[in-house]
Design a protein around this ligand. Structure first.
Ligand code: HEC
Ligand code: HEC
Length: 198
């Protein structure tokens, strides 16, 4: 029986979640009604104050929305946005944004980027900083549970790193605090600069 269930699942579920037309439509309504002013119609937000959501991982997006709603993650803007959203609304918005094309930014600071890339790929053996790629992946695409950080706005990345460090953002299973506190302000900026163009 178990083998049969596995075979069935393997056939029915493609490696990447397929677009569900009903969820996409419902998601688009949510986005055009409530999200686009800050995050852009496809989640490719142009302002560095608002994170890019296009191509972000679906399970991660849904978790963040639920965390904003329950108060586990705090944000003045997002608390208001999710207050009247049902779980199905959040599911639809997450599905919609995760199926949009992510974009990368341009970075002009070559030297800073090189420092950031080294931290991303090798960490810092001197102070025990684990390489970011161990969790966020070779190309910064994250995984089902872990966020895509490639292409994200520099300012947003820096802000989140300092929120983790100060324990103002605590919905990460305590994984990011230890990392953030091993990065100096300059290093956090360098890694963010690298990620923007990744
Ligand atoms: C008034 C502006 C505003 C609107 C409207 C808005 N957001 Fe946001 N959103 C933000 C800000 C600001 C943040 C960053 C919060 C922080 O600093 O932690 C954010 C963060 C998020 C995150 C977390 C992203 C990450 O990488 O962790 C998700 C998911 C999200 N928003 C989804 C939505 C959805 C879905 C909608 C529409 C239903 C929406 N937002 C509408 C301002 C907005
Ligand atoms: C041990 C695994 C691990 C390592 C190593 C790691 N991260 Fe993370 N990261 C996480 C987890 C877990 C989250 C939060 C997931 C959640 O909120 O559900 C996260 C979240 C983030 C976020 C917030 C993304 C968003 O969209 O809001 C940023 C930025 C980030 N990490 C940057 C980094 C950087 C830069 C490094 C390397 C210096 C790094 N991470 C190393 C596990 C890790």
């Amino acid at each position: 029986m178990r083998l049969l269930a596995w075979l069935l699942a393997a056939c029915v579920l493609p490696a990447q979640a397929a677009e569900d037309p009903v969820l996409m439509q419902r998601g688009e309504e949510q986005v055009m009604g409530k999200c686009f002013l800050c995050h852009g119609a496809t989640g490719d937000s142009s302002s560095p104050l608002y994170p890019k959501l296009a191509g972000q991982n679906e399970a991660y997006l849904l978790k963040q929305l639920r965390n904003f709603k329950s108060g586990e993650r705090d944000s003045n803007d997002m608390r208001k946005v999710v207050s009247d959203m049902s779980d199905d609304d959040m599911r639809a918005a997450a599905h919609f944004f995760s199926n949009q094309q992510p974009s990368r930014g341009k970075s002009a600071y070559g030297e800073m980027r090189a420092v950031g890339e080294r931290l991303y790929r090798q960490g810092n053996p001197d102070n025990g900083l684990v390489p970011c790629r161990d969790c966020h992946g070779e190309n910064g695409a994250g995984s089902d549970k872990l966020p895509r950080i490639a292409g994200q706005h520099t300012l947003y990345i820096e802000t989140q790193l300092s929120l983790f460090e100060e324990r103002k953002r605590t919905n990460d299973n305590a994984q990011m605090q230890d990392i953030a506190k091993r990065l100096s302000v300059d290093e956090a900026r360098a890694v963010a600069e690298f990620l923007r163009g990744l």
